[in-house]
Design a protein around this ligand. Structure first.
Ligand code: MF3
Ligand code: CO
Ligand code: CO
Length: 263
């Protein structure tokens, strides 16, 4: 548990990588329009990260993953591989998940984008996914049990009659892309890990409009809802501070504070 705690030097580097990752989401926003292929979005991000940020798109080559970012459209839950055949169209809800590696440290974030006019259910689903992440972030403070994060997400999403994907979870992050602890998005009564200042992990709930079940496509990456219902995800990299937390992948104009202080 103690080993999850980062040094101030490590925290600064993860803060820098996280900020770069959130800047990619800001940069790409005007390109998310009807008619663009997900492959072109990937190429733009690749160039921005490598040439402008002088960093590395961490997904590229990760366990054989072939592209720089993940783009998951509508019923795709996560790990959608950018390609030339997927052309964004009016009504699509699109998750873009970016992980940047800079100076040996990682930052990881994702958000939903809307193409044109989207359905009420799609809009609602995205709002609930984001709100579930925000509710979890707002309770984070030292000495809280890690499993409260999953508890608050599960309670909220169930109340809204959406479902939570159980196969994928948040994760510690730092010198490695994915490291312990695992951060489940549902309540696990047997997890007794306690939060301490200096811990850094992601929270990244995947919420479906239909049933929670998912299937992995033949490409071994693309995850879809089994019932073809819509899915939405938001992800932030979070630092536990002395009296609350800091959203390391915070973007301006978010409906939450970057730094949350209790007491
Ligand atoms: N960024 C994803 C996460 O949130 C992981 C993507 S791994 C990839 O943890 F290989 F699919 F890119
Ligand atoms: Co992640
Ligand atoms: Co991610």
């Amino acid at each position: 548990m103690y080993s999850y705690i980062k040094t101030p030097e490590e925290i600064n580097k993860i803060r820098i990588a996280s900020n770069l990752a959130s800047n990619v989401l800001k940069m790409i926003k005007p390109y998310i329009k009807s008619g663009i292929s997900t492959n072109l979005i990937d190429k733009i991000c690749y160039k921005y990260i490598t040439i402008y940020q002088k960093a590395y798109p961490a997904c590229l080559g990760y366990n054989g993953y072939p592209k720089s970012i993940c783009i998951s459209v509508n019923e795709v839950v996560c790990h959608g591989i950018p390609n030339n055949e997927t052309i964004l169209k009016n009504g699509d809800i699109v998750n873009i998940d970016v992980t940047v590696l800079k100076n040996g440290f990682y930052g990881d974030t994702s958000k939903m984008f809307f193409v044109g006019n989207i359905s009420t259910i799609g809009k609602n689903l995205c709002l609930i996914a984001q709100e579930s992440l925000y509710l979890a972030i707002k309770i984070i403070r030292p000495f809280l049990k890690l499993n409260y994060i999953g508890k608050i997400i599960e309670n909220f999403v169930n109340k809204k009659n959406f479902s939570i994907v159980k196969e994928y979870c948040g994760h510690g992050i730092g010198k490695k892309f994915h490291e312990p602890p695992q951060v489940l998005h549902f309540y696990d009564k047997n997890n007794n890990i306690i939060l301490y200042p200096g811990m850094i992990f992601t929270i990244e709930p995947m919420i479906n409009s239909g049933k929670r079940n998912v299937i992995v496509m033949k490409d071994k990456w693309t995850v879809k809802t089994k019932d073809n219902s819509l899915s939405a995800q938001y992800e932030h990299t979070i630092l536990v501070t002395k009296n609350g937390c800091e959203i390391l992948t915070f973007r301006e104009n978010e409906n939450i504070n970057k730094i949350i202080n209790h007491n």
